[in-house]
Ligand binder design. Structure first.
Ligand SMILES: NC(=O)c1ccc[n+]([C@@H]2O[C@H](COP(=O)([O-])OP(=O)(O)OC[C@H]3O[C@@H](n4cnc5c(N)ncnc54)[C@H](OP(=O)(O)O)[C@@H]3O)[C@@H](O)[C@H]2O)c1
Length: 250
């Protein structure tokens, strides 16, 4: 895609699923890539795979912890020689009825999905502004930002907030040449998806709710990350791009 070759890309939350597919795609586009995850084993395995494709580095980091995020962004900046693109991807989800939702679960979901997204975005945006070369930030939201899928109160609330965080960032960072957008995928086949909910629930959901009749793949979301990060999207900012096989159109 136009304008990606040679770019430095930080993908937060990329040892598996959509983040790993995005890291692969950016390497295929000729970028340098830096990734993070909490688990050292998963991170190491992902890095071994990515290094077959191109220059890839990474570190263990919990995006909900400010000092770890500062170290992550320092490391990424050094490895990449400047961060041009942030794929702000880390997130967690677990299906649980609202009446049984505990405070710990609520707090942890908001801590990773919303505070984590903010911490990484702010640290990267500060570097981009200081460097003076603009950049592209793509936050990870969800179709759940638009509709109240049952059992996901904390997750839905976190993703709804990410949409407004994204729009506000687009407004404030536009004058620095930084574009900020969000991806809003529907059901995508990933380890998170498999762990978060009962497979029968997912199968029924796909059958009844998705006009294309299937769940999406991590590669289909990675393509949207690449598009929004590229010069093909040079005049797109503040957009919430839905990737859902027609689900929200129904
Ligand atoms: N799959 C879907 O259907 C779907 C739909 C819409 C939106 N999304 C969003 O897409 C993103 C990725 O989802 P996925 O399905 O690919 O999930 P996944 O398979 O669980 O992958 C998530 C990645 O993020 C890392 N991560 C999780 N918590 C982290 C933290 N606190 N700090 C740093 N890294 C962390 C995980 O590694 P560790 O566990 O080792 O940290 C893993 O590498 C999430 O934001 C999710 O909400 C997914």
């Amino acid at each position: 895609m136009r304008g990606l070759r040679g770019k430095g890309v930080l993908v937060a939350g990329a040892s598996r699923g959509i983040g790993l597919a995005a890291a692969r795609r950016f390497l295929e586009e000729g970028c340098r890539v830096f990734i993070c995850a909490r688990g050292a084993d998963g991170l190491g395995e992902a890095l071994r795979e990515l290094r077959e494709l191109g220059p890839a580095g990474g570190t263990v980091c919990d995006v909900s912890r400010e000092e770890e995020v500062d170290r992550l962004v320092d490391g990424a900046d050094r490895f990449l020689g400047g961060i041009d693109v942030l794929a702000n991807n880390a997130g967690i989800a677990r299906q649980q009825p609202f009446l049984e939702l505990g405070l710990d679960e609520w707090d942890r979901t908001l801590e990773v999905n919303l505070r984590g997204m903010f911490l990484v975005a702010r640290a990267v945006a500060r570097r981009m502004v200081a460097r003076g070369r603009g950049g592209a930030i793509v936050n990870m939201s969800s179709t759940n930002a638009f509709e109240g899928e049952p059992g996901y109160a904390a997750y839905n609330a976190s993703k709804g907030a990410i949409n407004m965080l994204t729009r506000t960032m687009a407004v404030e960072l536009g004058p620095y040449g930084i574009r900020v957008n969000a991806l809003c995928p529907g059901k995508i086949v990933t380890p998170l998806q498999a762990e978060a909910e009962d497979p029968e629930y997912t199968a029924r959901y796909v059958r009844e709710r998705i006009p294309l009749g299937r769940a999406g793949t991590p590669e289909e979301v990675a393509a949207a990350y690449a598009f929004l990060a590229s010069d093909e999207a040079a005049f797109i900012s503040g957009e919430l791009l839905v990737i859902d096989g027609g689900q929200l159109a129904m």
